[in-house]
Design a protein around this ligand. Structure first.
Ligand code: NAI
Length: 241
């Protein structure tokens, strides 16, 4: 059954940060394989939100504790939870308030969302996939909060994997490299900066959101039933250089 068209028939998937870029592509792939998908995030009816008969996009702020609990506690059974919400504020992250906000959106939100969803995940024996980054491995003078938050995502993934394993809920992460999305738009348009990046990527080009989405589908599928606590780099070999 692995990767057959009906792979996710009858399954419920929640994609937090599913209203743009990688999360939107992931929502579309999960729906393509048969899942009923709730795509949560900002600008839920904006131009980047996924459109599919099995996807409902809803406005959602991961920093709003009460709202997160209210929405997710209504889920009876969740087979796939994807934590994809993320922001970067570049050099502004040296301001403490901004630093804390980035940590909140990129890292604390995962704890908040998982805590609210775990009863529904246990009922389905589901799995969680968190979105980390190559900056989980590297430091970044230009993005101190972003890199700290993404390092934290890898460690939180391991801790939750241990914690939820007894209930047969798996927890993994993907670490995207340079992916063409609205978040990276400005950088890609800067030809000199983009070329410098591409020169360092062994596979020689930016990745596409679907490259991350397909890895998420794999980690959510029965093909990964014995995998938990890992972070899979999807970066064209960037980390090897
Ligand atoms: P994007 O800007 O296209 O999408 C970000 C998503 O996060 C959107 O759905 C947005 O609504 C949601 N979001 C942001 N703040 C939120 C909040 N307060 N509450 C709820 N949702 C919120 O960006 P992209 O590139 O698709 O990023 C998705 C994830 O992938 C992020 O975690 C990012 O850090 C990560 N990533 C992206 C890379 C890239 O090259 N594009 C590289 C490595 C990691």
């Amino acid at each position: 059954m692995t990767f057959s068209p009906g792979l996710m028939d009858g399954q419920r998937a929640v994609v937090v940060g599913g209203t743009s870029g990688i999360g939107a592509a992931t929502a579309l792939r999960l729906a393509h394989f048969g899942a009923e998908v709730l795509a949560l995030g900002l600008n839920a009816s904006g131009e980047h939100a996924p459109v599919h008969e099995r996807i409902e996009s809803r406005e959602f702020d991961v920093t709003d504790d009460a709202h997160v609990r209210a929405v997710l506690s209504q889920e009876a059974s969740v087979h796939v939870l994807v934590n994809c919400a993320g922001i970067s504020r570049d050099r502004e992250e040296y301001e403490l308030e901004v630093f804390e906000h980035v940590l909140n959106v990129n890292l604390t939100s995962i704890m908040r969302v998982c805590s609210a969803t775990i009863p529904a995940l246990i009922r389905a024996r589901g799995s969680i996939i968190n979105v980390a980054s190559m900056f989980s491995t590297f430091g970044s003078a230009d993005r101190p909060a972003y890199a700290a938050s993404k390092g934290g995502v890898v460690q939180l993934t391991k801790s939750l994997a241990q914690s939820y394993a007894a209930a047969k809920v798996r927890v993994n992460a993907v670490a995207p490299g340079w992916i063409a999305t609205p978040l990276s738009d400005n950088l890609r348009r800067d030809q000199a900066a983009s070329q410098k990046i591409v020169d360092r990527i062994p596979l020689g080009d930016w990745g596409e959101p679907v490259d991350i989405a397909d890895t998420i589908v794999f980690l959510a599928s029965p093909a990964a039933r014995y995998i938990t606590g890992v972070t899979v780099p999807v970066d064209g070999g960037y980390l090897t250089v």
